[in-house]
Design a protein around this ligand. Structure first.
Ligand code: HEC
Ligand code: HEC
Length: 405
């Protein structure tokens, strides 16, 4: 990556820019850009390059075809279908875009603001804060393993990474950009038209919204986390889990606790919507969740079962970050079916939400086990410098310490 003047970056980090100042800065930083902007020609770890210059996922779980195990929490359950087949250049361009605040209307917010690699690609907040300080209704989900997802968002309203990526870019309360402004800004950064051309050599005009969506999807589908202690245990290393974690696994997949009925291995989500009756933050109205998506009252308060991969990194928990710790989240399930549903509120709770009467020790072991689902060995490199030269004021420090290049 080229090195730019750090003075420009600092000033960008400290002020909200006027449009005029911004265009001066964009062209100033672009003029200092070195022409050595090239995109990776190798796939990220976990992928192999095929003869069509496409990255293909390679993972031990692909050896398993244990349909009979599916849904029961079996160790050798096969992976669901996944998105791959992006080129190394598309993935790498997506990486640069993901961290570049030039994508947002006020040039101060990148995807990584709310999906920070150092925080499990979440943001550590109960509810995310978008453009102009707008507090959103929900928390930012992790992006690890999103290559395997069929439905996106807590309320399951999007069906592909591409469809999803456009949402935050042009949402008034998230990145608050417009398609015209975004394309104009990207074209103004010297490096981007060339990088887009490298990533999309067949596109006549490569800087278009659909290519932005493809590149972002390519990068996100490269975030694979399937090498946790749990995975090593699942593949046959009996010592990979310590006794406490193993005890936790057994509680997790027991028919008393029933966690694995919904948080099904190997992704630790069955990708379905379930109504479990989590409480809303004090004073906030009920988030009806999937009832709106499917126009179905029986799904009132229903949310997509979230993955538990890297869950130890993504506190606070649940759709509105109501629980600060994993212990609190686990405890929720044993306080009595529907205990947090306010009086007068009718929710059709899922039949796997029961009264398991877990002991304190069992809850502790569940927390130990969920901690064994952490794996960040394929953490992508956080760019030390993005092509626009803009720095992200909110996350620059934590992003840089997350990995560095
Ligand atoms: C202002 C904070 C914020 C920004 C900026 C942001 N997101 Fe998100 N993201 C969220 C929140 C909050 C949700 C959950 C929203 C919901 O479910 O209604 C979410 C959901 C998602 C999901 C769905 C994940 C899942 O498991 O369902 C993906 C994928 C995603 N964001 C990718 C991106 C990308 C790519 C960008 C940049 C173009 C981006 N986000 C920018 C806050 C943000
Ligand atoms: C009926 C399906 C179901 C069962 C059974 C279930 N969960 Fe969940 N789980 C969900 C859903 C749905 C959510 C999201 C709910 C929300 O945000 O309001 C969730 C959220 C969570 C979260 C927070 C995840 C995040 O990213 O914020 C944790 C931790 C969790 N569950 C652990 C467990 C444990 C431990 C058990 C067993 C004791 C369990 N779950 C049983 C469906 C289930």
């Amino acid at each position: 990556m080229g090195k730019f003047s750090t003075d420009i970056n600092r000033s960008v980090g400290e002020f909200r820019l006027s449009a005029v100042l911004l265009s001066v800065l964009l062209s100033a930083s672009a003029s200092q850009a070195q022409p050595q902007h090239t995109l990776a020609d190798q796939c990220p770890p976990s992928f192999a390059l095929d003869s069509n210059n496409q990255c293909r996922l390679r993972n031990l779980y692909q050896l398993y075809d244990s349909l009979q195990d599916r849904g029961l929490g079996g160790l050798k359950t096969a992976l669901p279908e996944h998105r791959d087949g992006f080129s190394p250049q598309q993935i790498d361009l997506g990486r640069l875009l993901f961290f570049d605040p030039v994508l947002s209307g006020d040039k101060n917010l990148s995807c990584a603001n709310c999906h920070n690699p150092a925080l499990g690609f979440s943001d550590g907040m109960d509810r995310s804060v978008g453009a102009r300080g707008h507090v959103s209704q929900r928390s930012a989900p992790t992006l690890w393993n999103s290559a395997f997802l069929k439905v996106f968002f807590w309320d399951a309203r999007a069906h592909s990474l591409e469809e999803q990526a456009i949402g935050p870019l042009f949402s008034d309360v998230e990145m608050a950009n417009t398609p015209e402004q975004l394309l104009a800004d990207l074209n103004q950064v010297d490096a981007y038209p060339k990088l887009f051309k490298q990533a999309f050599p067949d596109s006549e005009d490569a800087v278009v919204i659909s290519n932005i969506a493809t590149a972002l999807s390519a990068f996100q589908s490269s975030l694979i986390s399937l090498n946790s202690p749990y995975d090593r245990y699942a593949h046959g290393d009996a010592k990979a889990l310590n006794p406490n974690e193993l005890e936790g696994l057994n509680v997790f997949r027991s028919f008393v606790a029933r966690c694995s009925q919904c948080h099904t291995p190997p992704l630790f989500t069955n990708q379905q919507v379930a109504v479990i009756g989590t409480p809303e933050p004090a004073g906030l109205p009920r988030d009806i969740g999937a009832a709106e998506t499917f126009d179905a009252e029986r799904l009132r308060g229903g949310f997509k079962v979230p993955t538990l991969r890297n869950i130890a990194r993504t506190a606070p928990y649940m759709h509105s970050g109501r629980f600060a710790t994993l212990r609190e989240a686990a405890e929720f399930y044993t306080k009595g079916r529907g205990h947090a549903v306010p009086e007068g509120e009718e929710l059709l709770l899922h039949w796997h939400i029961s009264d398991p009467n877990l002991t304190d020790t069992e809850l502790d072991r569940l927390v130990d086990f969920m901690g064994a689902l952490s794996d960040e060995s394929f953490m992508p490199n956080v760019p030390t410098q993005v092509p626009s030269g803009l720095l992200n004021s909110k996350t620059s420090i934590s992003l840089v310490t997350a990995s560095g290049e």
